[in-house]
Write a protein that binds this ligand. Structure first.
Ligand code: SAH
Ligand code: SF4
Ligand code: F3S
Length: 470
């Protein structure tokens, strides 16, 4: 039998990249490559990169400096190392990066991972400097072998499933439509099959991924185009599945079936990441977000009517070109009105080739910094308040691994908060009730009495799944 070779992947950016890194591991496993957690024993090192903000690409260049040292060290010991850059930086700046960082053997964009085996074979045969960044017409997922039982178990009780990729919205600040290409939805049957396989191997929680996940419109077994809502109703019936989540959504695509699913499906966790970016209609228009604040307020109201305890999350950009003090004040007001459970906030970062990079006036760095810290103080306070409201409650926690202290486990609440509790290791992968006794801004902790909180199977949603109730 040939010796196993080691594959190391460092992942940056969004959850889609986490999913893609696992697919790269799956596609290289038949070639004899096994994942390793340490970079210095790796025969292939891949950086799976993100291009969303400036610093991300800079991080890749500095990481390549470290990689060069490891490669030289290994070479001194007679070992070869293949260095690859994947992900959105490879897609956007592959050619430039190959010229600037000659230690890179391979640049591969997110749509070409199914081609990795042949690319790696070429490099093993002596080729260098390969660039593979086309958007092929074929479905890359079709050509990637499924993870096997052992791989699924090793990855733990939660898993991502990409259902949609790419984006047609073209917000004026964003690189995603250029790095990930046009919207593409996977067929319903493929998603149900992947989810069924994951759950049969012990996965309890599935997060459906897409850059614009609620724009999902995959072909169903009946030949119709299915919405994300309808897909969720179908997935809720998969044996063994306990929890469902999806991310990231756009306010325009929150349709009635999806909102109803939040009320109907106990498996669908009460957490929604729905980025609004700004509370100013003027800024939303120049961002080309295609919705107003009124639309956002209305969507949130309808979701809260359907699922009153829903935890709400968002993304914000401060210092977008033309953002005045009044525009920023409108963002602060929107945050006060919404009461987020947590949120992500960023200073606007001009991305080459996107329309907003050329808009005037650009906002001075110190103004961006001041606005960001003011917003973050408010968001942290809201996060703290949200966590404080969990004090004294009994909350079902899906334990995912060991905590920092001996005897402790860590898991997630339905609202996606990390929760720590002393509990035996065999609880990893199960949902247990935890009495919350301590809360911080970032996490909760409590006592686990050992009363299993595995939910009753929910009623089947035949009418909706079969389209009769739509
Ligand atoms: N598809 C999602 C988010 C994609 S990117 C959506 O529609 O909202 C994740 C987040 O990064 C965005 O929500 C935005 O807040 C932030 N972001 C994207 N481009 C940015 C830029 N040029 N500068 C600063 N933040 C940016
Ligand atoms: Fe980017 Fe806008 Fe598409 Fe989100 S909706 S991925 S922010 S272009
Ligand atoms: Fe980054 Fe690409 Fe995701 S730019 S956020 S890795 S889609």
């Amino acid at each position: 039998m040939s010796e196993t070779k080691k594959l190391y992947i460092k992942t940056y950016g969004c959850q889609m990249n986490v999913y893609d890194s696992e697919r790269m591991a799956d596609v290289l496993s038949p070639l004899g490559y096994e994942m390793t957690e340490t970079s210095d024993d790796a025969d292939i090192m891949i950086l799976n990169t993100c291009h969303i903000r400036e610093k991300a690409a800079e991080k890749v260049y500095s990481e390549l400096g470290r990689v060069r040292k490891i490669k030289q060290q290994r070479s001194a010991n007679g070992k070869t190392t293949i260095v690859g850059v994947a992900g959105c930086v490879a897609q956007a700046e592959g050619e430039e990066m190959l010229a600037r960082a000659p230690i890179v053997d391979l640049m591969v964009g997110p749509q070409a991972y199914h081609r990795l085996p042949e690319l790696i074979r070429k490099i093993e045969a002596g080729e260098r400097g390969l660039l593979e960044v086309d958007f092929p017409a074929d479905d890359k997922f079709e050509k990637i072998p499924a993870a096997n039982n052992a791989q699924i178990i090793a990855r733990g009780p939660t898993a991502f499933v990409t259902v949609q990729e790419g984006c047609d919205k073209f917000c004026t600040f964003c690189v995603v439509p250029y790095t990930r290409g046009a919207e593409f939805s996977r067929p319903v049957e493929k998603i149900v099959a992947e989810t069924t396989r994951l759950c049969a191997s012990g996965v309890k929680e599935i997060t459906l991924l897409g850059q614009n996940v609620n724009a999902y419109h995959g072909i169903g077994p009946d030949g119709d185009s299915w919405s994300l809502g309808r897909l969720l109703y179908a997935l809720a019936d998969v044996p063994g599945l306990e929890r469902l989540r999806y991310t990231t959504s756009h306010p325009l695509d929150m349709d009635d079936v999806l909102i109803a699913a939040h009320g109907d499906l106990p498996e669908l966790m009460p957490y929604l990441h729905l980025p609004v970016q700004s509370g100013s209609d003027k800024i939303l228009a120049t961002m080309n977000r295609k919705h107003t604040t009124a639309v956002y307020y209305d969507v949130i109201k309808r979701i809260r009517d359907a699922r009153p305890d829903i935890a709400l999350s968002s993304d914000f950009i401060v210092g977008f070109p033309g953002e005045s003090d009044a525009d920023f004040a409108a963002t602060m007001q929107l945050v006060r009105d919404m009461e987020y459970s947590q949120a992500f906030s960023f200073k606007y970062s001009p991305r080459p080739g996107t329309p907003a990079a050329d808009m005037e006036p650009q906002i001075e760095e110190h103004v961006k910094s001041e606005r960001l810290s003011e917003l973050q103080v408010l968001l942290r306070q809201q996060q703290h308040n949200f966590n404080q409201n969990c004090m004294g409650r009994k909350i079902p926690v899906l334990f995912t691994g060991k905590g920092r202290n001996p005897g402790q486990l860590v898991g997630r609440s339905p609202y996606l908060q990390p929760v720590h509790a002393d509990a035996p290791e065999e609880y990893i992968g199960s949902i247990q009730n935890v009495d919350i006794t301590q809360v911080g801004t970032n996490s909760l902790s409590g006592l686990c009495a050992g009363d299993n909180a595995q939910s009753e199977p929910s009623v089947q949603h035949k009418a909706i799944v079969e389209g009769a109730a739509l």
